[in-house]
Design a protein around this ligand. Structure first.
Ligand SMILES: [Zn+2]
Length: 151
């Protein structure tokens, strides 16, 4: 990291602390030549994930699709929006942590089922019965909304 004052390449870290709720680290550095201090930020690069659909096509991972699937399954059920958000975030986090950059829609569906099972039995059955049949989140979404509209 070049010194912004004199351009010298070597510096030492004099202080280091988490910033942005732990998602980055702020470092105070001191130039070994001019001894002036400057700040750098270090962040984790979040890698993009690709979702592979049943027909083999690919699309970039979209958290809102998971959230919408959860919302539809939980329609008229005593599940709060915060709880649904939490489930979607947990699923996204678990997928990020798996380090697999290519995820099948099947894996996502299984995860949604896992979460719903622990939260609301009816929502889980709704999701599972439709999802197991179609194994594809897009088809699932349209079929599920049809089912809910019929009732
Ligand atoms: Zn310097």
């Amino acid at each position: 990291m070049k010194c912004p004052f004199c351009g010298y390449k070597e510096s030492k870290v004099v202080d280091s602390r988490p910033a942005d709720e732990g998602s980055s680290i702020r470092r105070r550095r001191e130039c070994l030549q001019c001894e002036k201090r400057f700040t750098t930020y270090e962040t984790v690069e979040s890698l993009p994930m690709v979702v592979i659909k049943k027909d083999g096509s690919r699309q970039s991972f979209d958290r809102t699709k998971i959230l919408r699937g959860i919302e539809r399954s939980c329609e008229k059920r005593p599940v709060s929006v915060a709880e649904m958000e939490r489930m979607a975030s947990e699923i996204e986090q678990e997928l990020q942590n798996s380090l697999d950059r290519e995820i099948s829609t099947e894996v996502i569906g299984e995860k949604v089922m896992e979460k719903l099972k622990g939260v609301d039995e009816v929502a889980y059955v709704r999701f599972a019965s439709v999802y197991r049949q179609f194994k594809d989140i897009d088809t699932f979404m349209s079929e599920l909304s049809k089912l809910l509209n019929e009732k």
